[in-house]
Design a protein around this ligand. Sequence first.
Ligand code: ADP
Length: 307
Amino acid sequence: MTVAIDIQQVHKHYGANHAVRGIDLQIAQGEFFGLLGPNGAGKSTLINIIAGLTRMSSGSVSVMGHDVVRNYRQSRQCLGVVPQELVFDPFFSVRELLEIQAGYFGKDRRSNRAWVDSLLDGLKLSDKADANMRSLSGGMKRRVLIAQALVHKPQVLILDEPTAGVDVELRTSLWAFVQGLHNDGHTIILTTHYLEEAENLCQRIGIINQGQLIALDTKQALLERGMGKHARMFVELSRPLAQIPESLQALCKQHTETRLEISLERGQGAIMAVLDTLRAAGADVVDLKTEEVDLEDIFIELTRRSA
Ligand code: ADP
């Protein structure tokens, strides 16, 4: 594999707070990678280190082979970052803002014009090109952030919580756009709280908690890892049980007198065992539903275990 981002033994201390604790991670060129983790896990710190905005305490990071400290300009040239916060100079129009940004990267306005137009078009901003930033809605501003991150045609794009507070329609169109970039060969790194997004989009997922990478695998492998450990079973009874059988008490959540949720620790075979136990206790099961684990379950499980 050709490495797009190479992170070696990175640590970051903020005073006494050891925010990133020895992360090793290689992201391949052309990969769509998801970085997940609870608030305060160290995701933004890691991204800021990759972008050269935060100085790491020790370790090394390179982007497309360029060290982010020693060869800052070259590494930054290969990288676009869509930040979480919407910060703009309100006096510029959308196009002006993009041209200024391109200028920082040494792109000449005329030769870059076709690319800016295609970004405006792809992000459905064409009719806002001459509008002042302050007149745009929050969702529009977020699209401009993405255009801004891409204006110098970087090969690697990092999106830091790009859909926080964004409505469903915009989210869908943003993902279609990002998916298109990925299909064109861009490397995409996404941090998100919406696990569903990571599950739909990312090929490989890293989970970070308290500054450490606690899981790193393909989406499929992560799902399989959780599978059979943590399925859920919902049972509807025709009448209340006198008592929940003792062997099920720790696994059972009683939603109503006749509706139980039971965690299955040992995979599909456990379903029959649970049913047998319930029947032996006099239960009349009228409905049964099982639910497979998704990334959310695994995420919660892993962060709980590492805590
Ligand atoms: P995440 O992006 O996963 O929510 P962050 O990288 O923002 O996590 O934060 C990781 C830890 O580092 C937290 O404990 C946070 O309080 C701390 N931290 C982040 N930025 C700073 C900073 N500029 N100064 C001091 N501490 C910080």
